[in-house]
Design a protein around this ligand. Structure first.
Ligand code: FMN
Length: 457
């Protein structure tokens, strides 16, 4: 394999059920700022491309109420606001990319545009926005006191949201609008700072984003959500996408995203496809298997079903366990990635879906064994699926240290990752030195004042 893999590190607070494992009662302590700062520093020291902190307002619900197991066992439940951590992490690091989520359902475009632009300044161009329509949207809708918007409408809203955000980032300020000339007293050229004009189905604006352009101008755009509508959003706007499934589904999702991106004139390689995966390493394969089995043994069927309900709003325990999911149940307005992935001619039974979620959660099978075996498996998956890299889940026993100490050196030894991060911005880390701004083939580039003027001529 000749390509260099992109490596993102994932953390959302706690791995599944691990807070109660011996000696780990408060490790990691996700309400301590120090924990996050330390994690970011270790990701940077290890040479990862970026750290990604997931976020959602949602939580597991069924029939309009929180599932008690979610509270009792902390299933996708307790969290802090990831975006609030980003300034601190930017201050504590100097090369690491920083990515976090804001759902297009939660904040309006001017808020998102201003927040991420500010963070892109503070981090000197290392910021990425993970665009989602929101996991556990039913819980989120309850919290916000809103009806649950139909699934594909949420993606139509997301499209409109990103368009307006791109106009605010790319269109308001010409590259040379900020003059800052103390002699003449001119701060910025009024002819080069323009109001956006946007009349979309969900958002409209005639305003100016007053924060001047940051190093990347538009933060690097990520996307997570691999339903059909999600893949369309990714192919239209994303520069990197997070995917999690078994290898066959992953290969289909990736080839579909690449095909759609190519159809849109962006090219097959415009979207870095990153597989969410866990490395379960031990000195021997047997030991790794035993540690994995011990962790799974601590996860009940209710825990697994609650996790599934979080992502889909579907109560697997109410269905016939020995049949595939019936079409009526599959017709959910919550997230659809983890519904669509289990449909079709080879559909597993409901019991098998629960078992999959018990063993692997939402993330697909771990790479398991000695470090050499796990890296062999990871490389095989990249080759099978044509992916570009990994979003690495923390090891349930040892967090990310095992990956840093064992897997990163092995990947480096095999020449599979970059020796040094190219450039200083997140976009350059992923696409190479000099790729600071959105490429001209990205729809955001059409909103630049220079492009608008050329189109008007
Ligand atoms: C690795 C990974 C990370 C994700 N991170 C988030 C996140 O931070 N916030 C969120 O709401 N959804 C996140 N998602 C996406 C949701 O699981 C869900 O698929 C999506 O928000 C709903 O879209 P869908 O209907 O296309 O599934 C993530 C998915 C994956 C695979």
């Amino acid at each position: 394999m000749t390509k260099k893999l992109a490596i993102g590190m994932f953390q959302n607070g706690r791995a599944r059920g691990t807070w109660r494992m011996p000696g780990r009662a408060d490790e990691p302590n996700f309400t301590d700022l120090e924990y996050w700062v330390d994690l970011a520093r270790r990701c940077e020291a290890a040479g990862a491309d970026f750290l990604f902190l997931a976020d959602s307002y949602g939580y597991p619900t069924l029939d309009g109420a929180v599932i008690p197991t979610a509270i009792e066992r902390d299933v996708q439940f307790s969290t802090v606001d990831s975006q609030m951590l980003m300034s601190a992490l930017a201050a504590a690091t100097s090369t690491l990319g920083l990515v976090t989520t804001v759902s297009t359902m939660a904040e309006k475009p001017p808020i998102v545009a201003r927040q991420y632009r500010s963070l892109d300044h503070f981090s000197k161009g290392r910021m990425g926005w993970n665009v989602v329509t929101g996991s556990a949207q039913a819980g989120s809708a309850l919290l916000f006191g809103e009806p649950l918007m139909p699934h594909d409408d949420r993606y139509a809203l997301a499209d409109d949201h990103v368009q307006l955000s791109l106009k605010l980032w790319e269109g308001c300020w010409a590259d040379d609008a900020l003059v800052k000339d103390a002699d003449t007293g001119i701060w910025a050229d009024p002819g080069k700072v323009q109001e956006v004009v946007h009349d979309g189905p969900y958002f409209s604006s005639r305003g100016v984003l007053v924060t001047p352009p940051s190093p990347q101008v538009t933060p690097t755009l990520f996307q997570a959500g691999a339903s059909s509508a999600g893949r369309e959003l990714a192919a239209t706007y994303a520069e990197a996408v997070f995917l999690a499934a078994e290898s066959k589904a992953l290969a289909e999702q990736i080839s579909d995203i690449r095909r759609r991106a190519e159809e849109k004139g962006r090219g097959r390689d415009a979207v870095k496809c990153l597989i969410a995966g866990t490395f379960r390493i031990a000195d021997t394969e047997e030991e790794a298997r035993r540690a994995h089995a011990e962790q799974i043994a601590g996860i009940s069927l209710e825990f697994a079903a609650t996790t599934y309900a979080y992502f889909t709003g579907i109560d697997l325990l109410s269905l016939d366990l020995d049949k595939p999911m019936p079409a009526a149940a599959a017709n959910t307005d919550n997230g659809r990635t983890n519904v669509e992935r289990f449909l079709g001619p080879d559909a597993p039974t409901v019991r098998e879906i629960i078992e999959e979620f018990r063993a692997n959660g939402v993330m697909g099978k771990p790479f398991l064994g000695t470090v050499e075996q796990a890296v062999d498996q990871a490389v095989a998956l990249i080759e099978e699926t044509d992916a570009d890299g990994f979003l690495v889940q923390p090891d349930p026993d040892g967090g990310h240290d095992i990956f840093f100490d064992k897997v990163m050196p092995e990947l480096r030894r095999r020449g599979l990752i970059k020796d040094e991060l190219p450039g200083t911005t997140l976009r350059e880390h992923l696409f190479g030195e000099g790729c600071v701004r959105l490429p001209d083939t990205h729809p955001g580039a059409a909103f630049r004042q220079s492009a608008m003027a050329a189109a008007a001529r």
